[in-house]
Design a protein around this ligand. Structure first.
Ligand SMILES: [Zn+2]
Length: 99
């Protein structure tokens, strides 16, 4: 009776000092069960799922992305999650929009 998207596992320390991989504000993270993905809860971006590879791309190489692009990405994630509750921010979604 549990949906993996609605399970809140124990919070985990996310990489990069508990900063949101998108906007760098302080955020809480947890691991999405059975997936290479994280839940991020950020006051700016909202609550969203991000794949491990997208996390590495966006969070691990944040110097490659301008503040303007990060602000747009943050807004786009909010909009996408509001329309699609099971949305996962993955590299395919990112590349389709920004590369
Ligand atoms: Zn954020």
């Amino acid at each position: 009776m549990t949906s993996s998207y609605n399970v809140f596992p124990n919070p985990v320390k996310i990489p990069h000092n508990d900063e949101c991989p998108v906007c760098s504000r302080s955020a809480e993270g947890s691991v999405l069960p059975r997936k290479d993905a994280f839940w991020i809860t950020c006051e700016s971006c909202g609550r969203f799922a991000i794949s491990g590879s997208a996390y590495a791309t966006v969070g691990g190489r944040r110097h490659l992305f301008s503040p303007a692009l990060r602000a747009k990405l943050s807004a786009d994630i909010r909009e996408q999650t509001s329309r699609e509750p099971n949305f996962i921010f993955c590299t395919g979604w990112f590349k389709a929009r920004y590369q």
